[in-house]
Ligand binder design. Structure first.
Ligand code: MN
Length: 128
């Protein structure tokens, strides 16, 4: 694992709620190299296939395809290339069992909504 710096990161933010999307964008845009968005798991999967991201922030509850399913599919794709992109889940609540579901879908870490910007940045630093 190579440790990257925040300012060099190409981030994919996957979030169906436009307000949440905007808040996270405003927080991260000044700090990272680039940040793109997807509105559901299917879109995330399509973008993952066409660009080289360093990190994915993944909402769990989304229409079309959930974050858990998208993470599983990304891990399946990666298994053929022996690569591993850090995926941090953004969970709507701190429900018991969420952590287990995230981990078994191949998600590396998670943060519960609502979160402080500093907490998100710390999570990202820990996982890159
Ligand atoms: Mn959602």
């Amino acid at each position: 694992k190579t440790t990257k710096e925040l300012k060099d990161l190409k981030v994919l933010l996957v979030e169906d709620n436009l307000i949440n999307q905007k808040i996270t964008l405003l927080t991260l845009k000044p700090l990272v190299y680039s940040i793109e968005t997807a509105s559901n798991g299917k879109e995330a999967l399509d973008k993952f296939g066409t660009a080289n991201y360093d990190l994915i922030l993944m909402d769990i509850q989304m229409p079309v395809m959930s974050g858990l399913t998208a993470a599983e599919k990304i891990r399946a794709l990666e298994s053929t290339t022996n690569s591993h992109i850090p995926i941090i889940a953004i969970t709507a609540n701190a429900m018991i069992g969420d952590k287990e579901k995230c981990l078994s879908a191949g998600i590396d870490d998670y943060i519960s909504k609502p979160f402080q910007p500093a907490a998100l940045i710390e999570k990202i630093k820990k996982n890159i």
